[in-house]
Design a protein around this ligand. Structure first.
Ligand code: AMP
Ligand code: MG
Length: 348
């Protein structure tokens, strides 16, 4: 890598860091909380844990390798990743795919079906056209004609998952996928499982703002995370949420966006309109036992917004918190399961 490229990459990493952290870690101090952190998946990760016999540096290599492996399977920014190879496979013949990637596509499929297609990993050509993919910002917003030209390549039904054969099949050779809305959540689950297999019973894992907590801290209190105020200028915890044996993922329009000709374009694309979602919703946080599911649903509900999304979240019995722009500030809407889970997490 040339020095110029290296410094550009460093700037890129910093920009990505500035963009992605949406749930902030609160001071989870207390006795013997160990920590390790690093860079992966174009973002940062942090693992905090309470274990008498282990120090942070002793698990760092394991965690880093695990996260880098997920990135090397599912990143659209790494041209050698499995997903990038799948995207270049311009054919309708079956493409053999790793079990982990297949599992992520399977969760994505379920959330696509249950959200009426609001969540759709085949939205990748639209993500790129609007300037939120690896190629970066376009000189101008895509025209109706350009968008109409991409539409036949978007639709989760155009991908068939063959679990038995371990393959993915494209109905149209031009289908490409983007797992950015779900891969970080999956990575969080993977790290959590690795920590459990090391016998660590109390931890908080965070990758790019998606989190999972297990057990309680050594002082008996719950791990606590802060839901960030959806403001692109400042980074403040809007509200603390206690987290016990649960994951939380947040999706929002307030960090990764740009403005052109007075219009604000954010990175959540509505597959129904082929455009960035436009509504008063600023962020959605979802609690679930699995971070991969929370991550996918947070994006799906962000597409649908505070009206339709909230109604679906209640109907699907999801634990979701919506932060909605209102005047100069924000108002919140919590589903009944969100309220219930937060209450029981705090009192357990
Ligand atoms: P998240 O921050 O988890 O909500 O993921 C946002 C990212 O997911 C975007 O930057 C896109 O790469 C991708 N994306 C955008 N819209 C959708 C959608 N409707 N379904 C699935 N992925 C999407
Ligand atoms: Mg997501």
């Amino acid at each position: 890598m040339t020095p110029r490229l290296r410094s550009l990459t460093a700037v890129g990493v910093l920009l990505v860091l500035a963009i992605v952290a949406r749930v902030v870690l609160l001071g989870n101090g207390g006795s013997r909380v160990q920590e390790c952190s690093g860079l992966t998946m174009g973002t940062t990760y942090t693992v905090q844990f309470a274990a008498a016999q282990l120090e942070g540096y002793q698990i760092r290599d394991t965690v880093q390798a695990l996260l880098d492996a997920v990135d090397h399977l599912m990143s659209t920014y790494d041209s050698t990743s499995e997903l990038s190879r799948f995207n270049r496979h311009a054919a309708t013949t079956p493409f053999p795919i790793a079990r982990q990637t297949l599992d992520v596509f399977t969760v994505a499929r379920t959330v696509s079906e249950r959200s009426g297609g609001a969540f759709d990993v085949t939205v990748a050509p639209l993500v790129n056209a609007w300037g939120f993919g690896p190629a970066g910002r376009p000189p101008a917003a895509p025209s109706e004609v350009e968008l109409a030209d991409l539409v036949h390549r978007v639709g989760y039904q155009l991908l068939t998952i063959d679990s038995e054969q371990g393959t993915l099949v494209k109905a149209n050779p031009e289908i490409v996928a983007d797992l950015s809305a779900i891969a970080k959540g999956y990575a969080v689950d993977q790290v959590a499982a690795a920590l459990e297999s090391l016998g660590i019973a109390s931890f908080l894992v965070e990758v790019g703002g998606e989190l999972k907590a297990r057990g309680r801290k050594s002082d008996g209190t719950a791990w606590s995370v802060g839901i960030e105020l959806p403001d692109s200028d400042v980074r403040t915890a809007y509200r603390a949420v206690p987290l016990t044996d649960m994951a939380i993922a947040t999706s929002g329009d307030y960090r990764n966006f740009y403005e052109a000709d007075g219009v604000r374009y954010a990175h959540i694309i509505d597959p129904r309109t082929h455009r960035p979602a436009r509504h008063a919703g600023a962020s959605v946080s979802v609690l679930h036992s699995e971070a991969v599911v929370a991550d996918a649903w947070a994006t799906a509900l962000s597409v649908l917004g505070p009206e339709e999304g909230f109604a679906l979240a209640e109907q699907e019995r999801l634990a979701a918190l919506f932060l909605i722009r209102s005047g100069d500030g924000f108002e919140t809407r919590e589903t009944s399961l969100f309220r219930q889970l937060v209450r029981s997490s705090a009192s357990r």
